[in-house]
Design a protein around this ligand. Structure first.
Ligand SMILES: [Zn+2]
Length: 124
């Protein structure tokens, strides 16, 4: 039986329509339609600026009851979640995962304060 999965509902994510980071909210209609949602499900987030829908895979989302306590150090071998705060040794600063490249889940977009939005490899 698939494990039920409830992702974090409100995230600041990169909107490919607005081409910037915006507040996004999970569209709950999938779960409310009585469907079983698990890590393999596709979740739709609505951009608060352009109101367009951006899809994300459950594998890339944090569960509400599974938010990491510590900031993980970036390593291309690890898998990171949208909204997760990570530390990058080279940039010597913390950043937040704000998106992934469409069609290529091995690339994540991370927003750093000084370095800006940087594309990084994951799941190597
Ligand atoms: Zn947008």
């Amino acid at each position: 039986m698939p494990t039920l999965f409830t992702p974090v509902e409100n995230l600041n994510l990169y909107c490919r329509f607005c081409k910037k980071i915006t507040a996004m909210q999970l569209d709950r209609s999938i779960a409310e339609a009585g469907k079983t949602v698990d890590k393999k499900s596709t979740f739709e987030f609505c951009c608060s600026k352009c109101l367009k829908t951006v899809c994300f895979n459950g594998n890339d989302l944090m569960a509400v009851d599974d938010i990491p306590e510590d900031t993980r150090e970036y390593s291309p071998k690890e898998h990171f979640f949208l909204g997760e705060e990570i530390f990058h040794k080279k940039f010597k600063e913390k950043g937040v995962v704000v998106g992934n490249e469409s069609g290529n889940s091995n690339r994540i977009l991370v927003q750093f304060e000084k370095a800006g939005v940087v594309k990084l490899i994951q799941d190597l």
